[in-house]
Design a protein around this ligand. Structure first.
Ligand SMILES: [Zn+2]
Length: 266
């Protein structure tokens, strides 16, 4: 599933090419990827120009020059790509926005993602906590004090912190030396400081490496990321810890596969 670094990389590959471009046509191949389903997307988009594309959490938010906005969520297997109009669309392409000569295509084989209309008044912030790269240590401390859940589950809760998923939650906890099943409200001030720093370091490094490609993720140009080569615990169960050589362990926390070093993370 694309997380903050992958979604941000998609936005960075899309926006410079699309700034100010006019949407000339909309082809909707599956109406059930649009929410709410009564929205006439073609009617709202054709003839409008793109004023902005930005990331909020894992959402890709499009703003039009008429003040309307919508966002795309990639779910598990969604992809957003920018392609020449004459190249045949990939299977499971549900929505195509035509801009002169090029097309933005949204494909999603498993359809956990979708296109969400916000209009002029809807907020892309709904259901989302603060952005981890802009969050101060004191703010993180305040948020974590509110929950007794395992820190791993708290980091995955988009309403607490927006943008982390399984990969970057595991990698952040390794960077901070914190055991993933520790109750969030039991973290010491020192641990919170390490987590605040570790989370930002991991996300910034992942951004520099254009995200992690395990299977589906590609940026808007179709290129894979390469941060997966630098994962230190994620999907490395049984392999030696890069710091202490102890075997990395895999456990399940609230239904999510979790990877950690039993010696470095206490
Ligand atoms: Zn270790």
């Amino acid at each position: 599933m694309p997380e903050l670094p992958e979604v941000e990389t998609i936005v960075r590959t899309l926006w410079p090419r699309l700034a100010g471009r006019k949407i000339q046509g909309v082809s909707l191949r599956r109406a059930d990827v649009i929410f709410p389903d009564r929205v006439n997307l073609a009617g709202m988009l054709v003839g409008r120009s793109l004023a902005d594309i930005r990331r909020r959490g894992k959402k890709i938010v499009f703003a039009l020059t008429d003040g309307n906005r919508f966002y795309i969520h990639l779910g598990m297997t969604g992809r957003l790509s920018l392609q020449l109009a004459h190249t045949p669309p990939a299977p499971h392409t549900h929505l195509i926005l035509r801009l002169d000569g090029r097309e933005i295509r949204f494909s999603d084989p498993r359809r956990f993602g979708g296109v969400f209309w916000l209009g002029k008044n809807g907020s892309a912030d709904e259901g989302l906590g603060p952005e981890p790269l802009k969050m101060r240590r004191t703010q993180l401390a305040r948020l974590l004090r509110r929950t007794t859940r395992a820190i791993k589950s708290a980091l995955l809760d988009q309403s607490l912190i927006a943008g982390l998923g399984n990969i970057y939650a595991d990698e952040s906890l390794f960077a901070a030396g914190i055991h993933p099943s520790m109750p969030a409200n039991k973290l010491s001030a020192r641990q919170i400081a390490r987590l605040s720093r570790g989370m930002k370091q991991v996300l910034r490094r992942a951004l520099r490496h254009r995200g992690s490609t395990l299977r589906d993720y590609r940026d808007a140009d179709g290129n894979a990321g390469d941060f997966q080569k630098l994962h230190r615990v994620y999907r490395r169960a049984g392999m030696p810890c890069v710091v202490c050589k102890t075997a990395v362990r895999r456990i399940v926390i609230s239904g999510r596969s979790t990877h950690f070093c039993p010696k470095c993370q206490t």
